[in-house]
Design a protein around this ligand. Structure first.
Ligand SMILES: [Cu+2]
Length: 149
């Protein structure tokens, strides 16, 4: 009986190493969990900001320049008394838009209510010239252009 007990005791003596290994494994996984978000960098955290201000009835500036493939935060600020639209069907279709729910009219434009601002994150598509208008006020000269370079 004693020997059996001693045997068990001897067996237990090797056990303190098992919890140490488990603790070490937990520390390693905890460190990895902390490091993971830093390793998987948020592509939008360094987004380039492009701002378009809308008045009644013009864009300012009337010409925007984006960089192809560059994560971009497009800020649309409506300082007018009317609702305005950032109507750029080809540009928006070619871009990778993070939140497509912000697009209206079949993805062709972004509606900005009077006095409101919208931030939309996108990655512009191929280099080129794209049309920009306000679908409601293009008749009144609310037109511009977009260059992706
Ligand atoms: Cu308008």
């Amino acid at each position: 009986m004693r020997r059996d007990n001693e045997g068990l005791h001897a067996g237990r003596r090797t056990r303190p190493y098992a919890p140490m290994t488990k603790i070490f494994a937990r520390i390693v996984s905890a460190v990895l969990a902390l490091a993971a978000p830093a390793l998987a960098a948020d592509p939008w955290s360094h987004a380039e900001v492009v701002t378009e201000v809308m008045f009644d009835n013009r864009f300012e500036p009337d010409h925007l320049t984006f960089r192809s493939g560059q994560p971009t935060e497009l800020r649309l600020e409506n300082r007018g008394k009317d609702m305005h639209e950032f109507t750029a069907p080809t540009f928006l279709a070619a871009a990778k838009v993070r939140d497509k729910r912000l697009l209206a009219n079949g993805g062709t434009d972004i509606v900005v209510q009077a006095g409101k601002s919208i931030r939309i994150f996108l990655i512009p598509g191929p280099k080129g010239q794209y049309d920009l208008t306000c679908a409601d006020h293009d008749w009144d000269g609310m037109v511009g252009g977009i260059t992706v370079e």
